[in-house]
Design a protein around this ligand. Sequence first.
Ligand code: NAD
Length: 344
Amino acid sequence: MSTHDLASRASQLRQLLNRYGHEYYVLDTPSVPDAEYDRLFRELQQLEEQYPQLKTPDSPTLRVGGKPLPEFSQLTHRVPMLSLGNAFSDMQVDDFDLRHAELIQFDERIRRELDEADIAYATEPKFDGLAISLLYRDGVLEQAATRGDGITGENVTDNIRTIHAIPLSLTLANPPAVLEVRGEVLMLKSDFERLNAEQVARGDKTFANPRNAAAGSLRQLDSRITAQRRLSFYAYAIAQVEGASWPATHAAEMEWLQQLGFPVVEADLRPVVQGASGLASYYETVLQRRPGLPFEIDGVVYKVNNRALQQELGFVSRAPRWAIAHKFPAEEALTLVEAIEEQV
Ligand code: NAD
């Protein structure tokens, strides 16, 4: 390709990704499957890596999420809510090292940067819902915000209070002065089926998938509508603690969150594993279990377990360097196409 052709492809990719990102993050109505978005995103990322002169400050590869909707009041995150880097595996390939090459690279980079021989990783499913920040002051839920563009999110406190799984106050005699919990609001597959059946019965539009149903239900201006939808929540991180000691590992954070009354995923779905081979066997196990899980997942997430090591690794512009999302092959393409056909 000529320099001119490369520049025009990069510009075309930016335009497409910006449009798809707006439809997905802001309007909750994606027009293409996630796998297609991921493919284009990666193409742009590779072009920018190979030809740094093609990088622009407004590139979707530098951004997190989408602008918060102006209809909501807005909250500035005290700790930015970032995205995650991605890795993919090709399950058609027999050779282990080739199949999981990106995973092996991730682990090699971490070991090199930390100068460690072997790393313990906390693993978790990658819930396909939307990220929420919950701020507890003196043990009481004070505010809840969507991720938005990572810096500013939508104030959805009233809507979040309608979700029974989210504690309004913490089960502790001496709660921390400040505790910010991050997690995913999602809709269980069974609740999604029921909601769509009700939508059909009422002659209303159906939702393309549980993620869009969850996002559309939470980002409502009228909390009564959110209250009628069955939304679930799983906690997966702590972003701030004041007035209590912060656990030294991610696995211990999860245990503490559970003791405080937050739903966390069952223990056998979040083992601590060693090195790339531990990650790969977790990935393959969860991929097998995926159809039987009560919620949709689009991959798994790996986090360096030790928090001191996480701090040493730090962040790049839009993601931590100590964690990665390992995406599953697409499952939704058909559902989305069917939903689009229904709308035509
Ligand atoms: P991401 O989904 O790749 O990763 C970050 C998010 O993962 C967090 O914000 C959090 O919500 C979620 N998450 C789930 N489980 C987690 C766990 N256990 N620990 C930590 N985080 C967890 O981030 P992103 O940048 O918002 O999304 C990109 C993805 O969204 C794309 O890869 C694509 O699949 C999809 N997307 C699709 C379209 C489309 O048009 N179809 C458009 C934009 C984005």
